[in-house]
Design a protein around this ligand. Sequence first.
Ligand SMILES: *Cc1c(COP(=O)(O)O)cnc(C)c1O
Length: 428
Amino acid sequence: MTNIFQTPKKFPLTKAALHEAIKKFPTPFHIYDEKNIRENFRKLREAFSWAPDFREHFAVKATPNPYIVEILARDGAGTDCSSIAELFISEAAGVVGEKIMLTSNDTPAEEFRKALALGAIINLDDITHINYLEKNARLPEIISFRYNPADIMNDGNDIIGRPAEAKYGLTREQIFSAYKICLDKGIKRFGLHTMIASNERKASTFIYTARIMFELAAKIKDRLGIKFEFVNLGGGLGIPYSPDELPVDLKMIGDGIKELFYEILVPSGLGDVRLAMESGRAMTGPAGWLVSTVLHKKNTYKNYIGLDACMSDLMRPALYNAYHHITVLGKEDAPCDEIYDVTGSLCENNDKFAIDRHLPKIYVGDVLIIHDTGAHGHAMGFNYNGKLRSAELLIRENGNVELIRRAETLDDYFATLNFPNARLKPKK
Ligand SMILES: *Cc1c(COP(=O)(O)O)cnc(C)c1O
């Protein structure tokens, strides 16, 4: 049988180097590649190199580790934060001031106060938040609103999203009123934001989003005289999780948006607007791998491979039925003529990294590499069933492998309990 999953997917370490790393840092762990992250950011910057100004606000929630944020910040990225913890991570990584965009929703007052203290750009999710912000903190110098365009159609036929069903953003009517209220309150600097797509690989979606936003910016300027400093098109750039999917054509997106920039913004006197994005997945997703060892093989009505990782390390397959490519270390070129369910140890039948997956013959002790876990991977982890979250490693550009977050311990898990029993303190 031929290898039906002839994967173009790569892993940056040799077999020997990975075994060396595993000796120091036991599996399971997520491992990230600095070079790959920088390369992804470079490609995004290049697509918008024509723009008078472009800024990527890396969505911290994708990979909330200050070491990762620092790598992107060194190359000029800002951050997109949506919680107080993410604001602290951004600050720790040296990203402060207007390089931070606070794009949260249902926002607590203390988060607004922390964002203001850092000088972040506040991006409000609702018209009522103007008063809430003024009452519980203060109004900032620059403000932005998140627009929800309801149903959006691609070229008038193909529906590409139903933002009307989403909890985010302001309606079209509200957004005009919101800027008017802020003008009346004396705010003088403005931005405009939306976030429509998620894991979208079609260039046309992003170009169409830009059209909606550019036309809206021009209309608001027309009506209220506001000269926007930036238009933020949000995140949502997709990645090819499966080997037979194609990557996003960033150049096509950049070129398409450039055309609209000159067609809509420049004639409206908005030719110096900064374009911004909040990409998370496309920056770090393909630059991370979950490395796990096979603990058990079980043959019942199906053939199961039981890993030392579980869905507390990677929720996406269970949560979204998402595909993550899997390779077996040292068997990259072996024929995939076995069919397995690859499982974790949670008492949940959806704790499966793969179902009916064609893989090479696997033995207990084999090391499995789950690809594209760099974004929304470790970050989504949880502690259900008392499962502990894994470590995070980073491959530096000089090839060094560093521990950038240790694995959780039982002590961490019990730390929040005040149960007066020394037996909950595991002995070292
Ligand atoms: C999640 C999120 C992002 C990042 O999305 P990706 O799919 O990782 O690019 C950006 N902006 C906001 C407001 C988000 O909630």
